[in-house]
Design a protein around this ligand. Structure first.
Ligand code: 5AD
Ligand code: SF4
Length: 438
């Protein structure tokens, strides 16, 4: 044992899984995990830069470590991931926080052990951010922390360049893992007792570009055919690459959850064009129709942005109307945040904060009311829940149903990792409460 590590993760599931890879590397170096930051000998910030507030959280928390570092000279502080990967950001971080020991980007996450060795060999600050398109990583040994769920990368990067989005600049070009490598990872995980596999990519529907014969529907079908009781999920889908064949595969495979995250971003064609989303609201709704036709009970979720440059009241109304038409089971709603280096950040007519705030409140209210009205329909019904853990405050076990709703229930033994049936007695937003059926 070499000491303790503490990892702080910001952002998306991709980052959550990257942190599991970081944990794997630290454990290979002989470190053990601690929840108590003051006890840590190495603290790693795995950062996000998708919106300004994600960066501000990280700045605040890195700033708070100055005192800890002053009192504990051997403490190693590492800041990595999307924030330093932005052009010029590593320098800014270094100047702002000279006590940070290691700065690394998204493309060299796999080098962390070497960077730590450099630091231990006496280098004052180790800064390594690789430029270029990024590579496909194989041979990672993640220390998984989300049993019974397991994240599996199927592709890295994004080529879509939506005009508001920083991801293509910090995650590099789109590149897919070989299907046989993904299949063998998933098979191993299922054999090891994982009950839910979530395939990760910025744009899973374009999986397989550049690999002969590989496609996302085929990959899904192959993983769903692995023996054993488990659920298969994936995120995120881009509407422009979303095909009928893919929907049929979901419909025909019981193991693939009837829950599709299909980010629309806006309901206004003018704004969708300025966002470079490459579909109109009509084309989006056609894809939703296909989903509903083959999978009538499909829970559709989405991402929405308000306050994109030039968004008028009319544009915003179009978003509200699309949300009503689709009937999302839930949605992530965001206020547009200008990101340096993206096209949208240069656009005229940035929307005042108070306008965006009023719009997001109205949108959140609409989304929540839809979620509530869908959830109450569950009362009296039986749901199959995959138990994920225990909620200390509620003193209840919790888990999700196939549609992504959280179910809480009491049980006198530990059912984590098991599929259980609960009879729903109460609904509160996306949360359901029920009684365990024996
Ligand atoms: N501002 C606000 N939201 C953004 N997203 C991506 N970039 C921005 C930005 N600059 C949202 C999109 C995307 C989700 C992951 O984050 O809705 O789908
Ligand atoms: Fe960003 Fe668009 Fe790529 Fe999603 S598809 S990561 S929103 S550029």
């Amino acid at each position: 044992m070499n000491g303790f590590y503490h990892i702080i993760t910001y952002g998306c599931q991709m980052n959550v899984h990257d942190s599991e890879k970081i944990a794997g590397m630290l454990s290979e170096l002989g470190y053990e995990s601690t929840d108590v930051i003051e006890d840590a000998d190495i603290i790693v910030f795995n950062t996000c830069c998708i919106r300004e507030n994600a960066e501000n959280h990280a700045y605040g928390n890195i700033g708070m470590l100055k005192k800890l570092k002053a009192n504990k000279k051997d403490l190693i502080i590492a800041v990595g991931g999307c924030m330093p990967q932005q052009i010029g950001k590593a320098d800014i971080l270094h100047k702002k926080f000279p006590y940070v020991d290691i700065i690394f980007g998204t493309h060299n996450l796999g080098n962390l052990k070497t960077l730590i060795a450099e630091k231990k060999n006496g280098k004052k600050t180790v800064v390594e951010v690789l430029t270029g398109d990024g590579e496909v990583c194989e041979g990672d040994n993640p220390l998984r922390t989300s049993y019974p769920n397991a994240w599996v990368n199927i592709m890295y990067g994004c080529d879509n360049f939506c005009s508001y989005c920083i991801v293509p600049y910090v995650r590099g070009r789109e590149r897919s893992r070989l299907p046989e490598n993904i299949l063998s990872e998933a098979t191993r995980l299922i054999k090891d007792g994982y009950r839910e596999i979530t395939l990760l990519g910025q744009n899973v529907n374009s999986y397989g570009k550049g690999i002969e014969g590989a496609s996302f529907p085929e990959l899904l079908e192959n993983i769903a055919s692995v023996d054993g009781k488990f659920r298969l999920r994936f995120m995120t889908s881009h509407p422009k690459d979303f095909s009928e064949e893919f929907v049929k595969v979901i419909a025909n495979n019981k193991k693939i959850c009837n829950n599709v995250h299909l980010p629309v971003q806006s309901g206004s064609d003018r704004i969708l064009k300025a966002m470079n989303r490459r579909y109109t609201s009509k084309q989006y709704l056609e894809k939703v129709e296909i989903l509903k036709k083959y999978i009538p009970d499909c829970a559709i979720t989405t991402d929405l942005i308000v306050g994109f440059p030039g968004e008028t009241d009319e544009d915003f109304k179009a978003t509200l109307s699309l949300v009503k038409e689709v009937g999302y089971s839930s949605a992530f709603t965001f206020v547009y945040s200008p990101r340096q280096g993206t096209k949208a950040a240069e656009m005229a007519d940035q929307i005042p904060e108070e306008v965006s705030k009023a719009r997001i409140m109205e949108l959140v209210e609409l989304v929540n009311s839809q979620t509530r009205s869908q959830s109450v329909k569950y009362v009296g019904k039986t749901c199959e829940i995959l138990c994920e853990g225990y909620d200390d405050k509620k003193e209840m076990f919790l888990g999700r149903d196939e549609y992504g709703r959280m179910g809480y229930f009491k049980c006198d033994k530990n059912p984590v990792g098991e599929f259980v049936n609960i009879k729903i007695t109460e609904a509160n937003g996306v949360s359901l409460y029920g009684e365990l059926l024996k």
